[in-house]
Design a protein around this ligand. Sequence first.
Ligand SMILES: Nc1ncnc2c1ncn2[C@@H]1O[C@H](COP(=O)(O)OP(=O)(O)OP(=O)(O)O)[C@@H](O)[C@H]1O
Length: 330
Amino acid sequence: MEASIPARQTLSTIQAPTPAIEGTPIADLDGVHVRLGTREVLRGLNLSLHQGEIFALLGRNGTGKTTLMRLLTGQLRPTSGNVRVFGGDPGRDAATRRMMSLVPQDIALYPRLTVRENLEIMAGMAGLSKRETPLRVEEVLALVQVEDRQGDLIDHLSGGYKRRANIAAALLTRPKLLLLDEPTVGVDVEARLSLLRTLRRLRDGGTSILLTTHDLDEARSQADRVGILAFGQMVEEGPVADILRRMFGDSREVVVTLTREPGDSVKSSLGRLGLAPTANPLEWTSWSTGVEGFASLPASLRRHGIDLHEIRVREPGLEHVLAHVEGGQP
Ligand SMILES: Nc1ncnc2c1ncn2[C@@H]1O[C@H](COP(=O)(O)OP(=O)(O)OP(=O)(O)O)[C@@H](O)[C@H]1O
């Protein structure tokens, strides 16, 4: 069996340089370092965001995704390095900050007021005039499709509707860059699809969207580009298909499921056949670039007296990318 890829070291050596990315940059982070307390959270991070794209920021808990958002919104200044958004410094320029909105993970609305009342108050706080407020409120209610619930108290809304109302508030100022911290966490499938449709509509209208998510399927299906944050840097960045091609080429993961947990001698045999253990003691994996690589595997396992329950071939996905980059050295 061919087990060529992806031992971590092998992968690092086959990675090609990131190809040039098209699109008008609207935000640039250049060599950004951030120290919080004794921790160096970001260590020379580089990132460009483009106009009219959905960019999904991925990475384990605590890797600095929220920190990066706070840099973009100017709530946090870098310890060193440069942050430019729409040509300005968000830490210094109020005009730059007004061009973007952050949708936090927590619902930032008054629970005992209706959706409409919340939006009217937020419009006033954002500096919209009394004359333009009603029209803009109507527009954002329509954009996030909460018109039918505008008279309900926030407290009485489901999680999905609360999220939509939260996004509606962020859209009052017509931001050119919308940042969302885990927008779909804890909402049901229907609400999630509706939220994602809203984001795509905004993107198609020219808004740039940066969102954080731990949902890899969502990132793959919705984002024009993803960025993977690990060890204080953007370790991978680009369209998912490009990252997968660059990292895995034609390789596919072969997953072997055994009928029972292997003992030491069977484990040695599996290792000799090029299979590596996974977190599930019944599952062993290898990588192969062609059918020939695994077609003979069932017979080989039988010869070693190993009972096979199932053999599957999997396309590489973002979970493989994350496992690879997060297993690297800081
Ligand atoms: N004020 C602070 N002082 C010290 N450390 C901090 C401070 N704020 C955040 N941190 C640490 O910085 C790191 C990055 O935090 P951040 O919230 O940006 O991570 P994250 O990727 O958004 O995490 P999650 O996925 O859990 O939301 C974490 O280890 C966090 O504990």
